[in-house]
Design a protein around this ligand. Structure first.
Ligand SMILES: [Zn+2]
Length: 305
């Protein structure tokens, strides 16, 4: 005789082994980050289920692996990564350990979204990770330019159509609708940011380049001496000197960094120190791609006024 506990465990085990019945038609999409999930959701609509591994308030370079990630990856039909080695510190072993042939690098269910985006700061010459740079292939924070959001959404729609040909026109229509809404939102955002073109900012990590390019802001320096390397006293002193010479009055900090050094820079220079959101889900109320820009542009407008 099975005990009730054994029975329940048995049912759960069978449920995990069997493909889900009612949801069998939905493409099970797993993304490395919330921004890729938000873009996939825009074009995938109700034909996909989508789940992100990293949370929007976490540093996407350094995510602590959990057993639950493996379960997600085992069941995925499609894995979307940011690429450019953003996830190299945590995702590759999980992909291997998942044993899911659909999402291995090079398989049809593995999508590196960086191939669709305009990539800035591609290094020239030989770059090694020993140099302490977590951006060896160019700046991986490209989703913070809405034009890249559009390009990535289009690429995802194409991949979903490839995996689910009968729904190809559905994904295409969803993309066109997203494109239209994004174009309208961009006009609004561009107008709101126009008075601040050329404004100087410092950011903690080098995650703001694509945003700054799109909205014509000038990032003059970083709290980190190199991407992924914590602040040092000598670099902080140099940065304070630079900010004073350039009359830079704003330091933007990603939500996952300590505010101690930014605050001391703020005191020394009279600059405001603000936490900006590099990702959807960085704050609870920022639940989609549009709300991410709404939030950050609102923050910047208030800072520059
Ligand atoms: Zn980075």
């Amino acid at each position: 005789m099975l005990t009730m506990k054994q029975f329940v465990l048995g049912v759960i085990a069978i449920a995990l082994l069997l493909p889900p019945m009612a949801a069998a038609k939905k493409i099970n999409v797993v993304t490395a980050t919330t921004d890729m999930a938000a873009l996939a959701q825009e074009v995938g609509g109700d034909r996909i289920s989508v789940d992100s591994i990293a949370k929007g308030y976490q540093d996407p370079h350094f995510v602590e692996a959990k057993p639950s990630f493996l379960l997600k990856l085992r069941q995925a039909d499609l894995l979307i990564v940011v690429g450019l080695q953003l996830e190299i510190g945590w995702l590759p072993p999980l992909i291997t350990q998942s044993g899911n042939p659909r999402i291995q690098v090079g398989a049809a269910g593995y999508l590196d979204a960086s191939q669709f985006a305009e990539i800035l700061e591609i290094p020239q010459g030989v770059v090694t990770r020993a140099m302490g740079d977590v951006h060896p292939l160019g700046n991986p924070h490209y989703w913070l330019d809405p034009d890249n959001g559009r390009r990535v959404a289009k690429g995802i729609a194409g991949k979903l159509a490839e995996l689910d040909p009968p729904d190809a026109s559905y994904f295409q229509e969803r993309f066109q609708d997203f494109d239209k809404r994004l174009t309208a939102a961009e006009q609004k955002w561009d107008g709101e940011m126009a008075p601040y073109h050329g404004s100087k900012v410092v950011t903690y990590h080098n995650s703001f380049t694509n945003f700054a390019k799109h909205f014509q802001l000038d990032v003059i320096g970083y709290v980190e001496p190199r991407p992924g390397i914590p602040p040092t006293p000598s670099h902080t002193l140099d940065l304070i000197g630079l900010m004073k010479r350039e009359n830079c009055k704003l330091v933007l900090v990603e939500p996952y960094f300590d505010l101690k050094t930014p605050n001391s820079i703020g005191s020394a220079t009279g600059a405001k120190v603000l936490v900006y959101l590099p990702s959807v889900g960085g704050e609870k109320q920022v639940t989609n791609y549009f709300e991410l820009f709404d939030y950050d542009i609102d923050l910047l407008k208030k800072a520059f006024q």
